[in-house]
Design a protein around this ligand. Structure first.
Ligand SMILES: Cc1cc2nc3c(=O)[nH]c(=O)nc-3n(C[C@H](O)[C@H](O)[C@H](O)COP(=O)(O)OP(=O)(O)OC[C@H]3O[C@@H](n4cnc5c(N)ncnc54)[C@H](O)[C@@H]3O)c2cc1C
Length: 459
């Protein structure tokens, strides 16, 4: 059995940036454990970076002000943008075209945010992970190892049991940083319960992914790569937003075992003729049923059933006429459907059968408003894929160091409700690391040390 000062669960951006920060602060005996054989988490996905405090991080949740958030954003940016294949795709300074778009959106009662954005593309995912790992010196990687339990021992120690190739191995540490991402969120929620860690249900985002001929959205994506439109709907007064736009990208599936969800990405080297983006409705539940996880799962299972084990896709032309899409007419020239060739083959059907009426109302109202800002997006060929659900639903109350009510258990990243995206996850990892370093220094009476470790490539 090995002992560490800090054991980080999850090698996504939250875990990696936490380890970098800990090393910078002179904490040496760190291990990152991940169930996958390759370090990465969600870093292998697309890689759009939003460098803006309004996107992907909740300042109240992280208990930081705007200046502190900007400081962290600059630190994260400096590391990512040293990777040569990470390219700036949205320029916001003195961009008059953005002001014009903002005014048009405002006239239609829509908020428009244009953040500074960079992108590396899914095909550069492994290279960016190597780049990030080059910032790490002594951190030990325990890969291909799935954590199955965390147990409190005497003497302020936690014992972590992990399974590697069918065998269980144990590690001890006084501090655990849980950064399990969305894929490990429910496992950690169950484990946290056994440790007495408080949690509650946060909102989820439920909606669709829209795929359309690239030319209809180019008017905007040529200016802002991933435009953020935020709608407050008239009928239900709900919040809907666009999210994760991929110009020249493809629609992708996320497999959750009992159902599949839609998502999207883009490659850097090879573009399609389409653009896709998510349109999602934030859903929070109160009494008598507050379990947003179960609500989201119920919707996803319904689609699984209706789509024969696959998500559903419907043409706007069919949606408008209130009929399902069908295989036989899916690419009909007569109906102008050939204008957009689907990049993801799922079941043609009717998305309104699987989504609650309130969500359909909200999404359609928002799409109609978006079509006024960027005319053409509601061409009959445009595809509506469902379900797209963002399960950022488990929320852990923490202090300003992201330490939970149980001493020594820290949390970071998307799976614990601290971020929504790569930059936010990285920042939450850094905040937790600062708290952890303070705690360890206090216990070990270590002197303050803050050492900048340059990338190995010398950049
Ligand atoms: C298709 C797709 C496209 C995306 N595109 C973008 C984008 O362009 N820009 C953006 O900002 N975000 C994007 N995201 C979201 C982004 O991937 C996440 O926001 C980000 O990765 C969250 O980081 P994290 O460190 O919290 O978790 P993750 O990156 O998910 O890392 C968590 C890690 O924990 C490990 N883990 C979980 N449970 C256990 C366990 N029990 N034992 C051991 N290891 C465990 C997992 O294997 C995983 O490696 C995309 C996501 C998807 C699915």
């Amino acid at each position: 059995m090995k002992s560490y000062d800090v054991l980080i669960i999850g090698s996504g951006p939250a875990g990696l940036f936490a380890a970098m920060e800990l090393e910078k602060m002179g904490i040496g005996n760190i291990a990152i454990i991940d169930r996958h054989a390759y370090t990465a988490g969600g870093l292998l996905n697309d890689g759009k970076l939003n460098f803006d405090h309004r996107i992907g991080l909740d300042l109240n949740e992280l208990k930081i002000d705007v200046d502190t958030a900007c400081h962290y954003i600059n630190e994260v940016k400096a590391i990512f943008t040293r990777f040569p294949r990470c390219r700036q795709v949205t320029y916001v300074n003195k961009n008059e075209k953005i002001d014009v778009l903002m005014n048009i959106a405002y006239e239609h009662g829509v908020e428009f945010i244009a953040p500074e954005q960079w992108h590396w593309g899914t095909d550069n995912g492994k290279a960016i992970v190597d780049h990030l790992r080059s910032y790490l010196g002594k951190t030990v990687f325990l890969l291909d190892s799935e954590v199955i339990s965390i147990e409190k021992r005497t003497g302020h120690l936690y014992r972590v049991a992990a399974r590697k190739k069918g065998k269980i191995f144990l590690s001890d540490a006084p501090v655990i940083l849980a950064a399990p991402g969305r894929s490990g969120a429910y496992w950690f929620r169950d484990t946290a319960k056994t440790l007495g860690v408080d949690h509650n249900f946060g909102p989820i985002d439920v909606g669709i992914r829209i795929e359309l001929n690239r030319k209809f959205y180019e008017e905007i994506t040529n200016i802002v790569y991933d435009p953020k439109f935020i709608f407050r709907t008239n009928r239900h007064k709900d919040r809907v937003r666009t999210f994760c736009t991929n110009p020249g990208g493809r629609v992708r599936l996320e497999n959750y075992g009992q159902f599949k969800l839609v998502n999207g990405d883009a490659l850097s080297g090879r573009k399609t003729s389409n653009t896709n983006f998510a349109l999602i409705n934030t859903v929070a539940l109160t009494t008598p049923f507050s379990d947003t996880t179960e609500f989201g799962h119920m919707i996803a299972r319904q689609f699984h059933l209706l789509g024969g084990g696959q998500p559903i896709v419907q043409r706007v032309g069919d949606f408008r006429e209130g009929r399902r899409s069908a295989k036989s007419t899916f690419d009909s020239r007569i109906r102008h459907f050939e204008m957009c060739k689907a990049t993801c083959l799922v079941t043609p059907g009717d998305i309104t059968l699987g989504l609650p009426a309130r969500i359909v109302d909200n999404l359609w109202e928002s799409l109609k408003r978006l079509d006024k800002i960027i005319p053409g997006i509601l061409h009959p060929s445009t595809l509506l894929y469902a379900p797209e659900i963002k399960f950022f639903d488990t929320h852990f109350p923490t202090d300003q160091n992201l330490e939970t009510n149980v001493s020594g258990i820290f949390v970071a990243g998307d799976g614990t409700g601290k971020s929504r995206g790569i930059v936010g996850a990285a920042i939450s990892g850094m905040i937790a690391a600062k708290g952890i370093a303070g705690k360890i220094r206090c216990k070990q009476r270590l002197p303050f040390s803050h050492q900048i470790i340059p990338a190995k490539d010398g950049k």
